[in-house]
Design a protein around this ligand. Sequence first.
Ligand code: FES
Length: 152
Amino acid sequence: EKVPLKLEVNGKKYKLAVEPRTTLLDLLRENLNLTGTKKGCDYGQCGACTVHIDGQRVNSCLSFAVMHDGKKITTIEGLSEGDKLHPMQEAFVKHDGFQCGYCTPGQIMSAVACVREGHAGSETEIREYMSGNICRCGAYSNIVAAIQEVKN
Ligand code: FES
């Protein structure tokens, strides 16, 4: 049986009816068509599904959508303002912070949280904070460089 759910996603308000077992990740991708958020492992190991809930980063695959009634969700689609990229997106482009790009939305959502929460003080601190976001192409050094630029 479906459960009523109100969410604000990227500044837009939604009134939904969802199955209690639907993850936030599936809701975003399948019900709201926000496919920027990626499904890598679907069990909390890769970080590709990272979004912000009321400003806190979360692996959306590990979280049932119904747990977030009334919350504000930000996905990668909500970072840019129209055609203007978020400074972290600009920095990833400038420093080649990706190769295949699959992990990039999650990397960028974590990177924004990293700077905002004050965990970008040193390379070690950045690598520690970002350790839940796996990049198979191994673009880690470039991702760190991008984060360091935005922090400054
Ligand atoms: Fe959620 Fe991998 S898809 S952590």
